[in-house]
Design a protein. Structure first.
Length: 365
C-alpha cells in the first residue's frame, strides 16, 4: 500500500485551519503519503504559524492565495501546481482540513484510484453504517442524492463528498469546470456525465459525532451556488411558461369571440408553439449545452412538445368542464405536473449526448 501512495498527492484546501490539521497531516505521513499540497485560501495572518508548521514538520507544499478565493479555486490551484510542477505524480486525493475525513479512507481512495485511473473515485458513507448516523445528516444526504439523481441522472451515494481521487488526466479536464467555491465539486460531478467519466465509490464509515465543527460552508448561499445548474432550468422553464400563459390568456377570449370551435385547446396549441420555440433555443444553448445536430434535437423536442401540448390541452379542457374553475388556473395546475415530465424527457432524451451514468461500482474500504 505504501508504495502506491508515494505517487499520489493529497490536496487539502484550508481557510483558517483548526486544531485538527496537525493530527491529520501526521496521520497521512504515517500511512505513507509523501506529497501533501496544502492551499492557504487567504487565511488571516494569525494562521501563518499553522502553515509554517505544516511545511517544516510535515513536509507540506503550501500554496497561498492573497485573498479568500473559494474552495473551488483552491482545488484548481493545487491541480495546476501538480500538472505543471510535479510530472512525477500519478494523481491526487482531495480532502477537507477539518478532520471530517479519516486518513485511512484517503488511503483507500488512493488505492482505488491506482486501480481505476480513468474513474473519478468518491468516498461515500456506507449505507449500512449510515443507519447509526444522526437523522439530520441522513436526511440531508438523502435529499441531495435524490435531487442529483432526478435532475442530472447521476446516481451516487453522496454527491456532497469532498474526499475524492482523480488522475492527472482528470485534473486537466476538470480545470475547465466552472465554479470557484463549494459549487465546484458539484459541477465536477455533473461534468462526469458530459465527459463520460465513470464513477467508482469507496464505501467508508460516516463522520463521527462531533466532527465537522469547523466548516466554512454557508448553507443558503453555497447551496444556491451548488444547485445553480438546476435553477437555470427552472428559470428557463418559468420564462417560457410565463410567455405561454400570457399568450393563452389573450387567445382564449379572442378565439371565443371569433366562435372558434374548441377555443381552449386551440389557444393552448398556439401559445405552446411560441413558448416552446423560445424554450428550445434557451435549453439547447445555455442549459444542457447540447452539441448534437439541431435537426436531431429539434425533432426530439417537437415529439416531446406534441405530447406535452396534447396532454396540457385536453387535460385542461376536461378539468375546466368538470370543475368549472377558470381555464387559466386549471392550466397552471396541469402544466405544473407536466413540468417534471418535460424536464425528464429533455434531460434523458432530447439533449442527451452521452449514455446516462449507470450506478457506480462500489467497494468497501
Amino acid at each position: 500500500m505504501e508504495n502506491r501512495l508515494r505517487d499520489i498527492a493529497v490536496v487539502i484546501p484550508a481557510f483558517e485551519p483548526g486544531a485538527a490539521l496537525p493530527g491529520l497531516l501526521g496521520a497521512l505521513r504515517r500511512l505513507g503519503f509523501r506529497h501533501i499540497v496544502l492551499v492557504d485560501d487567504g487565511s488571516p495572518a494569525e494562521y501563518a504559524p499553522a502553515f509554517r508548521t505544516a511545511q517544516s514538520q510535515y513536509g507540506c507544499v503550501v500554496l497561498r492565495h492573497a485573498a479568500n478565493l473559494g474552495k473551488g479555486r483552491a482545488l484548481k490551484t493545487a491541480f495546476n501546481y501538480i500538472l505543471t510542477e510535479r510530472e512525477d505524480l500519478f494523481g491526487a486525493v482531495t480532502m477537507d482540513a477539518d478532520g471530517r475525513h479519516a486518513p485511512e479512507d484517503a488511503a483507500a481512495c488512493a488505492a482505488a484510484l491506482a486501480d481505476r485511473p480513468d474513474s473519478l473515485v468518491l468516498a461515500c458513507p456506507d449505507p449500512e453504517r449510515m443507519k447509526s448516523a444522526p437523522l439530520r445528516i441522513r436526511f440531508s444526504r438523502q435529499c441531495a442524492r435524490r435531487a442529483v439523481q432526478f435532475l442530472s441522472g447521476i446516481r451516487v451515494s453522496d454527491p456532497q463528498t469532498a474526499l475524492r481521487g482523480l488522475s492527472r488526466a482528470l485534473m486537466l479536464r476538470f480545470l475547465a469546470t466552472e465554479g470557484e467555491r463549494y459549487e465546484y465539486e458539484m459541477n465536477v460531478l455533473l461534468d462526469t456525465k458530459e465527459m463520460d467519466v465513470p464513477i467508482h465509490e469507496v464505501l467508508v464509515a460516516p463522520p463521527k459525532a462531533g466532527q465537522n465543527t469547523r466548516s466554512h460552508f454557508r448553507p443558503l448561499m453555497d447551496s444556491l451556488r451548488i444547485y445553480a445548474v438546476f435553477l437555470k432550468f427552472l428559470v428557463s422553464s418559468l420564462s417560457s411558461y410565463a410567455l405561454d400563459i400570457i399568450l393563452f390568456t389573450i387567445l382564449v377570449p379572442v378565439m371565443r369571440d371569433a366562435s372558434v370551435r374548441f377555443a381552449i385547446p386551440a389557444a393552448a396549441y398556439v401559445a405552446r408553439v411560441f413558448s416552446a420555440s423560445f424554450n428550445y433555443i434557451i435549453n439547447k444553448k445555455t442549459i444542457f449545452k447540447s452539441r448534437e445536430r439541431t435537426a436531431k434535437t429539434m425533432f426530439r423536442y417537437l415529439v416531446v412538445c406534441v405530447m406535452q401540448i396534447t396532454l396540457s390541452a385536453f387535460m385542461t379542457d376536461i378539468l375546466v368542464h368538470l370543475t368549472h374553475f377558470p381555464a387559466t388556473a386549471v392550466k397552471i395546475f396541469v402544466d405544473t405536473i407536466l413540468f417534471f415530465f418535460s424536464y425528464t424527457m429533455q434531460k434523458d432524451w432530447v439533449f442527451r449526448t452521452k449514455k446516462p451514468n449507470t450506478s457506480p461500482e462500489r467497494e468497501r474500504a
